[in-house]
Design a protein around this ligand. Sequence first.
Ligand SMILES: [Zn+2]
Length: 338
Amino acid sequence: MFIKVHEISPKCIKIYFHECVINYNIFVIAEKSNMKTRTILILSLLICTLVSCQLFIKNKGTYRIASTRNNVCKELYGNVVLYAIFIDTKSTNTQPWSDYDIRSTLDSIQMATKWLESKASENGIPLNISIKYHQNKKKIPIALELPKKTLSGSLFYPTLPIGVAHLSRWADKVAKLACDALPADTSSIITTKNKLSDKERLIARLRDIYKTDNVVLMFFVNNYFKEEMSVTFYTESMTDIEYSIVSFKNPTVIAHEFLHFFGAWDLYITPFDKKRSLKRKKRLAMKEFPGEIMAFTYRDLDSLTISPFTKYLIGWDNRLDEKYERMFFGKKVHVLKY
Ligand SMILES: [Zn+2]
């Protein structure tokens, strides 16, 4: 979920840590339902506030990968809205958004979405990504302080699960302010008294306004430090709304985060990938897919591509080649054919 940008630095290591947690969870899903699973599920509970760990067993030995065809953004095709919210914080690492900063970020978003559309077109996938952004009476940024002074500080203090929960509440406040600025909801079917989160309300309104299910919710903070992070949350969850907090204007980072919404995994090795088997899998993936956007986020976008593995995860291929299935999950585990 988390990405390394530009260069290795101590703050990127923090980013890696979260990567590790998420990826670990994904691999849990690929395990068979036997005694081993029981042990793994107990371990998973320790990180359940971060992502909800689910086993999706269809038939004996056949599994659905948790991030695939899940949450708000399921398969990457058709009409998709990328909804950007620019957030002003007074943190030490950020600056208020200027007109120029917003314009240049929108340019980067456009480069990212054009690249994604061209890759879709090469694969015969119809894809049209519209870029929309929050504004209230011509004022674009929303001013709201992060829980701690920086994004990485907010995420890791005092612990990662608590940091994730704090950021989720912060994102809900942002979503509420964004929702309040949208035209009034005239839908007559919303009479239920269920407790929707403000992120859910915002997504529901955006789906209604833009007439598409696929709404990519990205929060942009104006960061001037290379070492900050970009984060996508809850892509495997069935209860929490997926969203990103992006600190960079780099089109590769934006496209990379965007693909996470549709189920893509990170495919690079992190210092926190302790398990030898996981490192081996990622090493193989990086060798097998030398231009993969989910593995090489510091490269120029035009030099990158989307691997067959990522294509399966984001719904561009209905089945995963046996070779890659074996590479990631071993001989005994089979993933769903759609
Ligand atoms: Zn990532």
